[in-house]
Ligand binder design. Structure first.
Ligand code: FES
Length: 272
């Protein structure tokens, strides 16, 4: 973690140059009267940009005066964020992420490479080219392990590609910002494993949902029609069964009446 202490050797004074003075005034103007102190973080950032990536004490006082803030308040803000350097850093300032996802993915080897190639943390190399600092998560965990060097992220590092990166930076060779392996941004390594249909991305499916909706509506209408037919069929069968049920007892009564008549006829015959 960053040592939040100011450098022992400090410049006598600090003034924004014209470019950053204009940017600072524009930023201050964004806030309502009495709330100018809200511009402190961008102003600190401008001071750091102007002053070789670190903020001297004179700049803290200058910003405090510009915003009408007590110097101690400015110090409270500047010491809270590791993005602000309070002492000189190397030309290539490496912020190494040692938080869990990066650590689980091999950050220890990157840290060791920092020690081997650059030296101790918060120490500038003799040629002024490098210094490094361990910081907390820089928000690129999906491509862990990673480092930030000045304003750029370098991701998917291993010991070899990180050391090569430092060599290239030192020799002024162009470097590849972002992932250092064969993937696009944070896409899966080795290419996509799902959603691979070209038609998903080439625009040919624009409006395609309407056809799918029609299919769904037709299927629902067909199902409703089939259900109605089935219900009608069942109702007809139930009616038929009911009719058959109501006709059966009549036949029995007729038979019984017939046999009753026959028995009385037989009895009369015997009486005679
Ligand atoms: S843990 Fe390293 S970028 Fe998030």
């Amino acid at each position: 973690m960053s040592a939040r202490q100011m450098a022992k050797e400090q410049p006598e004074s600090f003034e924004f140059n014209q470019k950053y003075a204009e940017l600072a005034q524009a930023r201050i103007a964004m806030y309502p009267e009495g709330k100018q102190a809200s511009a402190i973080v961008p102003l600190l950032w401008f001071a750091q940009k102007q002053h070789n990536n670190w903020i001297p004490e004179a700049a803290l006082r200058h910003i405090g005066d510009m915003l009408g803030m007590a110097y101690i308040r400015v110090l409270e803000v500047v010491t809270f964020y590791t993005m602000f350097n309070l002492s000189p850093v190397g030309k290539h300032f490496v912020q190494f992420c040692g938080t869990t996802p990066c650590w689980l993915n091999g950050a220890d080897k990157i840290k060791q490479a920092c020690k081997d190639v650059i030296g101790d943390e918060n120490t500038i190399t003799a040629d002024g080219e490098f210094s490094w600092l361990e910081v907390e998560c820089l928000g690129a965990c999906v491509n862990a392990p990673m480092v930030q060097i000045n304003d750029d992220y370098y991701e998917d590092l291993d010991e070899d590609n990180f050391k090569q990166l430092l060599t290239d930076l030192k020799s002024g060779k162009p470097t590849k910002i972002g992932t250092q392996i064969d993937r696009v941004n944070a896409a899966p390594c080795g290419g996509n494993t799902s959603l691979t249909e070209d038609s998903l991305f080439d625009g040919s499916m624009v409006g395609g949902y309407k056809a799918v909706l029609k299919q769904i509506e037709k299927a629902e209408a067909d199902a409703a029609k089939a259900a109605a037919l089935e219900a009608a069929k069942q109702a007809k069968e139930a009616e038929k069964a009911e009719k058959a049920k109501s006709e059966k007892p009549k036949k029995t009564t007729a038979k019984k009446t017939t046999s009753k008549k026959a028995s009385s006829k037989k009895a009369k015959k015997e009486d005679k």
